[in-house]
Design a protein around this ligand. Structure first.
Ligand code: ADP
Length: 260
């Protein structure tokens, strides 16, 4: 492990850190993902955009095994699962450990302090020594400008501060990949900037990130790859310049017109 937990474990920028091949998922009769393929190079930022209901969150949740796909082979860092094949709980646990997810809401434990929220995963789930987890948590909280809030409770923090704690909580798990599900959509507009700044800092540090967001300006500034998901397929994929500024499909143009 690195001395500084903010430093991403794979900052080399070589080869894909995530490989998604033939991802399929239905909820009952509703076929939500119809064969999704993409790769995420190490140290790069992928932004997934698309209309509501197109399957973006389900893609992200599949990368963290919060949703279990019906089919598809997914590799996240060191762990590969063939979801149409046989796999067990231990396989899922190892696969899940490769990434950490930041949710739309802040999802903090209301009766725990900021520090207790951050060290919960490392100490309880990962069984790391408490002193080490506290030291890492303090370093991460300093990094996002929240060290003075370490002993406060979530309801004493603004939405933006809570979301930054949510990001720190994910980082504290020392994942190889950070997943963000609309990290700013539950925030008041004036709080969005602070959270996006943290995401930009992480990107600049070389974190491998997959971000579902409607923040097109953020995608333009930070994304190495933009994926436009529509009705359970990847309709377009490329650089922000290609997908946002010069889309191939009329549906992408329609979607972007509504956002811009
Ligand atoms: P997006 O993130 O693009 O808005 P989602 O991945 O959240 O799309 O959802 C895609 C579709 O899957 C939607 O029709 C949604 O209602 C459905 N869906 C998502 N999760 C579940 C679930 N746990 N049970 C049933 N349907 C679900």
């Amino acid at each position: 492990m690195t001395d500084n937990p903010v430093t991403p474990p794979a900052a080399t920028g070589h080869g894909p850190l995530i490989d998604v091949d033939g991802l399929r998922k239905s909820f009952g009769d509703n076929e939500v993902l119809k064969g999704i393929d993409f790769a995420v190079p190490a140290g790069s930022v992928t932004v997934i955009i698309g209309p509501s209901g197109s399957g973006k969150t389900t893609i992200l949740r599949s990368l963290n095994a919060l949703d279990l796909p019906d089919a598809g082979i997914i590799r996240v860092a060191d762990e590969t699962i063939d979801f149409a094949g046989s796999y067990g709980k231990a396989d899922i646990a190892r696969y899940r450990r490769q990434s950490a997810m930041v949710f739309q809401g802040h999802n903090l434990f209301p009766h725990k302090t900021v520090l207790e929220n951050v060290i919960e995963g490392p100490v309880i789930v990962q069984k790391r020594p408490r002193a080490e987890a506290v030291a890492d948590a303090e370093r991460l909280l300093t990094e996002v400008g929240l060290i003075e809030k370490r002993d406060e409770y979530p309801d004493q923090l603004s939405g933006g501060q809570q979301q930054r704690v949510g990001i720190v909580r994910a980082l504290a798990l020392q994942p190889k990949v950070m997943l963000f599900d609309e990290p700013t959509s539950a925030l008041d507009p004036e709080l969005v900037g602070d959270v996006l700044t943290v995401l930009k800092d992480l990107a600049a540090q070389g974190w491998t990130m997959v971000v579902v967001t409607h923040e097109i300006r953020f995608a333009r500034q930070v994304a190495d790859q933009v994926i436009f998901a529509d009705h359970g397929v990847v309709l377009e994929r490329g650089t922000a310049r290609q997908v946002i500024d010069d889309p191939t499909h009329e549906r992408t143009r329609q979607f972007l017109r509504r956002l811009l």
